[in-house]
Design a protein around this ligand. Sequence first.
Ligand SMILES: Nc1nc2c(c(=O)[nH]1)N[C@H]1C(S)=C(S)[C@@H](COP(=O)(O)O)O[C@H]1N2
Ligand SMILES: [Mo]
Length: 496
Amino acid sequence: MSRWTAALIGLLGVAAALAAGHLVAGLVGPTASPFLAVGNTAIDFTPTPLKDFAVRTFGTYDKLVLLVGMAVVIAAVAVVAGLLSRTSPLPGTILATALGALGVAAVLYRPDLGQLAVLAPVAAGVVGVLVFRWLHRAASAPSAPGEGRRTFLIAAGASVLAGLGGQFIGTRTDVEGSRSAVGELKPTTPAPAIPAGADFVADGTPSFITPNRDFYRVDTALSVPRVLAEDWTLRVHGLVDRELTLSYDDLRRRDLVERTITMTCVSNEVGGPYVSTANFVGVPLRDVLLEAGIKQGADQLFSTSVDGWTAGSPVDVVLERDRGALIALGMNGEPLPVEHGFPARLVVPGLYGYLSATKWVVDLELTTFADKRGYWLERGWGQKGPVKVMSRIDTPQGFATVRGRAVVSGVAWAQPTGVGKVEVRTDGGPWRDAELATAVNGSTWRMWRAELDLPAGGHTVECRATDLKGFTQPAERVAPIPDGATGWHSIFFTIE
Ligand SMILES: Nc1nc2c(c(=O)[nH]1)N[C@H]1C(S)=C(S)[C@@H](COP(=O)(O)O)O[C@H]1N2
Ligand SMILES: [Mo]
């Protein structure tokens, strides 16, 4: 058997295994697909520094990078197994079995998958072994001329069909249909209109409201959970006087409030992009918790998403009357986009998302920090995540060349207090006040601009914000882990 044939047998055997797993997963739970289950489990087991590196480096594409990386590794292993199997099919058989076993382990580890889901990786293992041995036999001892080639084509074609079939069945849940059926979520209390002077878009800041398609996205979900509004419920339990189970209709029939809120990710580096602002529509979280009645001693609101991700928020913070924490159903005039948590998510102004902003939320448990630890707390991030005062230069971009008078502009945030001042300085000189855009509320970012009168040549510009309580963003550069970056953003640019 030639090396090419041997390598191809390895590849086709593994492709058949993954395709069979994907097909069965379409029936028993899409994330049970061995490829996705192993990927999701890999995400959960990835050491925190590597995960932070991935979020930092690849941003929203981190999952695509992981999927492609996994495909490359699996293909390489498949080729090696094929090459080792030139005389005996044993190495390939072992590989297919190992793939199935890895898939079973990954599926059992996933909190969102039932026992039935192991059928998907089991199918992958069995089909992988059978197809591999069948191809091997056809190539090493063909009973008719051309049998090898014919067998290969059948295996490749059937794998493609099975993979596509699994994808089709698995995504047949009509989550977009459910989203459109929700219709308009009309707030009884709309947010005040955004004043005209709230941003400096003409000078290069982002728009005050971030369009949904541009809103940053950070989560551990390799495939976005697809939950129908009509199937969704939220359970409130634990240290409460009465347990509640709320349906989507229960929530949307209440008086909905709309709040303009800036969300921030703790992984955001100084100058980074993980901050966005939206009008969220929902039910005050405080009201729901008070209805359930919180028992003495509960200091943690432990929220769980449908895919098993968890966050622990301080109870005293989510209960603050002025905090404005929401069980959000809508975002910028539409039901939440699926990637941002449809049917429902939490939004707590002034807390980083990792311990408060659970998307696809299905469970709220009142408990204690001593009893339970959320996903990122378990992985080395802080227990309390108040958003730190921060400012960012958006224009000019680093290393840009500017003609004539330079205008520097950007955003600053200090939720829930609000930004009182932004200062800029050039080339290490004295600080001077930037012009602030109209404030919207303390839980949103604030745009700023300053005109610079500088000679031609290279310059460094820095900014720093002060909140309305007088606290100024510190100079000290601190990395995001464990509770958020600090330091002044600084940009080098050239005036022509
Ligand atoms: N279910 C779930 N919710 C989640 C996360 C997650 O990984 N899974 N990530 C959190 C983090 S770290 C942040 S910063 C925000 C980001 O919300 P966005 O993707 O809508 O911007 O969601 C939070 N909610
Ligand atoms: Mo985050």
